[in-house]
Each structure stands twice: as structure tokens, then as C-alpha cells.
Ligand binder design. Structure first.
Ligand code: EPZ
Length: 418
């Protein structure tokens, strides 16, 4: 079993380039199905999840070619409309291919998605919204058979009970070439949604209000392929900042959008770091010790991102004082806590609340990644821990981070994969 080995306690310093966003690239890869031609996606991160997305596209009849960080997708040959259970199980975001396949083919067979076990991950909002747009969906033993009643998906006025990122993306993919207009009320406003809307509009869609709570989509007859630059990954950017901060180091991140981290940078400043943000760079310099921040409550964007809760918790483990975390998005997102405790962290959990008492020093140990961001949390903690840490199940981390060990070793960490 592959593992990452960290010899912690080194101060990290240097400059880092931030990879393209996993959570922007996945829906955009799905959206290429709508264009029926050759798309060129630059800054596409090479990850387990984007490779799985390409497997799905190839299965549907597309051609996908990687040229470095550029992914070329020709969706002219789409001839199938089923995603296998095995592929659906590999990642949660496989469900957002449903809207695009239905819009292109008129019918689709998929399965309840897999992905990180951070909660039940229901798809009721996806299904209810697609039904309102004229899709008949029958479910049996986890298989979803979907068919567009009539010749085309039709527009609808949709009210999301929760600003679900995935449901917003699925509706956008179904609505872009639907007959008539669709309005999404209480849409997710994460930056990845805006990136998807910008890609679709570059293909000829008529989407207004992307990145706001009300998105209006006027269906068009056809979308044409385009060349597009995917946005930088805000979660990877923050992970690099936290990895440096936990070692008392300093870093200059380039090719990043500070505005995407408007709820995160103040927390790092609160903890004693000097943080300077310019147009597409962030400079961080940490003190030799961190102080605990005020309570961190995860919220939909622009609130504190749930994906950073595990990673920020690693910082809190070695900060002076007590930090309270409230996880409001996913009901099972503290699975990294027992592993952090193996490193000597002092954390108490009560339901969706975690109370972290900072300790003077963490100590290296053998730990297991439990999910994508939980695994990243262990790596950040290991960078601060005295001695050697072995992190197993690195396959989880590879779903969202490009060679994370190389990203940190370039900043001076003693970290390698064996
Ligand atoms: C996306 O997941 C991201 N994944 C997640 O990142 C991220 O944590 C999440 O948005 C929140 O920001 C991708 O973009 C691939 P949601 P998604 O639908 O779309 C409930 C990572 O580490 N819900 O906004 O699944 C759901 O249970 C991953 O990169 C329903 O109840 O998130 C959860 O409580 C982890 N019914 C809440 O909404 C539905 O039909 C947020 O889910 C859909 C969602």
C-alpha cells in the first residue's frame, strides 16, 4: 500500500503555483458533452477524479487527450447514455453528468453516486429539479433510469431548499439547451458555479446571474465547443497556506484568486499570520507560534468552506488556546479526528461540534487518510509534528491534489511517497 512519509518540524519557505480547480473542472468536463465538438480546457488538474471523469466521457463515446495540463475533449462521438455503477461509485460528482447526458441524448441510466463518506450525500434536489424540467426518473436498487418526456427538456422555475453546488450544476447542464427559460432560486454561489457558467456562455449559452443566488438560463438550440482556462483551486491554495503556517514559515502563492478565500484569509490573520493579498497572489508569513481563532462555522460560500474544516483543524491542534469548529454542511465530516489524535491532538467531539485544545507539539505516527480533505489535514499536521509520520490510503488525497508531496517538498518539507 502506497504511503506518504513526512519528517516534520521543518520551516517551509518559497513560492508555489496553484493547480486548476478540481471542483470547477469536473462540471466543465461534464458540460463538454453538450457541445458535440472539440473543447480545449487549460489548467485542468491531473487528478484521480478528473481521470475518472475522462473514463466516463470515453465510455459515452467522447475522445479525451491530455497534453500536460491541457485536456482536449471531443464529444462529437457521444453514442451511449449509461454510466456504469463502478464509475459512479468512484466519485460523487459523477451525478452531475446526468443533466448533460439527458440534454444531449434524451435519456440516461446512472446509479446513486459514491465519493467521500462525509455524509449521506443525497441527490433528492437533483432529482426533484430534473423532474420539474420534464425528466421521468425511475429508481430501483440504486439504478436511476431517466428519460426526457417529449422531444426536449423544458425550462422551469426551481427553488432549491438548500444552495446545493451539485444540484445547481446539474440544473445548469440540463437547462442550457432546454426549450424555454429556467430560473434557479437559492442557487449555490460558489466560484466554481460562476466558472461553469462562464464556460457555458463561451460555448453560446445564455446564462445570467452565474455566481448569484438567482440564475436565469434562456435555453438555446445548440452549444459550440470552445477553449477555456479553468479557475485556480481555492481549497488547494488554502491547504498550501495552512501547511506553511503550521511550520512558522512563509510563502508566496501565485496564480490564485484571493477573493475566493475571503472567509479564510482573515482566520489565518486572526491566528497571527501576516497575510497580504494582491490581484492574483497571496503572501503569508507565520510567527513561530499560532494563536487559536474565534469559532469556525462552515457555511455555503462565501462562508467558511466545509472543505477546509479538516485542514484548518490541523492548524488549531498546535495553536495556543481553544478553537471551536461547527460543521453545518456534512453530518460525518470529523472522520479525520481519531487520526489527528494519534498524532497527539486534543480534540473533543459532540455531534457537529469539535473543540480543539492546542498542544505544544504533535508527534509523528502512522495514520490513515479517511477521505480527501481529511487526508490533507493529516499531511498538514504531520508537517508540524516532531519525528516521522506515515500517511496511508493516499489514494484519497490524490483525488484532489496533484502530487501533494511534491508541492510541499518544493517548499522545503521532508516529504516523499513510497
Ligand atoms: C460539492 O459537493 C463539492 N464537490 C464538495 O467538495 C463540497 O464540500 C460541497 O460542494 C459543498 O461546498 C464537488 O464540487 C465535486 P452540495 P456537493 O450538493 O455538490 C445536501 C471536496 O472535498 N444535499 O452543496 O455534493 C448534502 O447532503 C468535496 O472537494 C441534499 O440534501 O455538495 C450536504 O449536506 C467534498 N440533497 C449539502 O447539501 C441534494 O440533492 C451540501 O451538498 C444535494 C445536496
Amino acid at each position: 500500500m502506497e504511503k506518504i512519509v513526512v519528517d516534520g518540524g521543518r520551516k517551509l519557505e518559497g513560492e508555489a503555483h496553484v493547480q486548476g480547480s478540481k471542483n470547477a473542472s469536473l462540471p466543465i468536463i461534464g458540460a463538454t458533452i453538450l457541445t458535440g465538438g472539440e473543447n480545449v480546457l487549460h489548467m485542468c488538474p491531473i487528478l484521480k477524479d478528473t481521470i475518472t471523469a475522462c473514463e466516463i466521457l470515453n465510455l459515452l463515446g467522447c475522445k479525451t487527450v491530455w497534453q500536460g495540463k491541457t485536456l482536449i475533449i471531443d464529444s462529437g462521438g457521444v453514442c451511449r447514455n449509461e454510466i456504469s455503477k463502478c464509475l459512479m461509485n468512484k466519485m460523487r460528482s459523477s451525478i452531475i453528468f446526468l443533466g448533460a447526458i439527458l440534454a444531449r441524448c434524451g435519456e440516461a441510466t446512472v446509479y446513486f453516486p459514491g465519493g467521500c463518506d462525509i455524509g449521506s450525500r443525497p441527490i433528492d434536489l437533483h432529482i426533484a429539479s430534473l423532474k420539474k424540467m420534464g425528466v421521468e426518473i425511475s429508481e430501483s436498487c440504486g439504478e436511476l433510469r431517466c428519460r426526457v418526456s417529449g422531444s426536449r427538456i423544458h425550462g422551469a422555475e426551481i427553488f432549491l431548499s438548500f444552495p446545493s453546488v451539485g444540484a445547481t450544476e446539474n440544473i445548469l447542464l440540463a437547462a442550457a439547451t432546454a426549450r424555454g427559460e429556467t430560473v434557479i432560486n437559492n442557487a449555490a454561489i460558489e466560484p466554481e458555479i460562476k466558472d461553469l457558467c462562464d464556460y457555458l456562455n463561451k460555448c453560446g449559452a445564455k446564462i445570467f446571474g452565474g455566481g448569484t443566488q438567482v440564475i436565469r438560463i434562456k435555453g438555446v438550440e445548440k452549444l459550440t465547443p470552445c477553449e477555456y482556462n479553468i479557475m485556480p483551486d481555492r481549497i488547494v491554495a488554502a491547504t498550501l497556506l495552512c501547511g506553511v503556517a503550521v511550520t512558522g514559515g512563509e510563502v508566496l502563492l501565485n496564480s490564485v484568486r484571493p477573493s475566493h478565500l475571503s472567509s479564510v484569509l482573515p482566520v489565518l490573520a486572526d491566528m497571527g499570520c501576516v497575510v497580504r493579498a494582491c490581484e492574483n497572489t497571496i503572501f503569508l508569513k507565520a510567527k513561530n507560534f499560532l494563536i487559536s481563532s474565534s469559532p469556525i462555522r462552515t457555511m455555503p460560500y462565501p462562508g467558511f468552506p466545509t472543505d477546509l474544516q479538516p485542514i484548518m483543524m490541523a492548524l488549531a491542534c498546535v495553536s495556543r488556546g481553544t478553537t471551536i469548529f461547527v460543521e453545518t454542511i456534512f453530518e460525518n465530516r470529523f472522520r479525520h479526528v481519531p487520526e489527528l489524535r494519534r498524532l497527539g491532538a486534543s480534540i473533543k467531539i459532540e455531534g457537529r461540534v469539535a473543540v480543539v485544545e492546542g498542544v505544544k507539539m504533535l508527534r509523528g505516527a502512522s495514520v490513515y487518510a479517511t477521505d480527501l480533505r481529511g487526508g490533507a489535514s493529516l499531511l498538514v499536521a504531520a508537517l508540524a509534528a516532531a519525528g516521522k509520520t506515515e500517511i496511508f490510503k493516499v489514494c484519497y488525497i490524490d483525488r484532489g491534489y496533484e502530487k501533494i508531496e511534491q508541492q510541499f517538498s518544493k517548499l522545503g518539507a521532508s516529504v516523499f511517497r513510497v
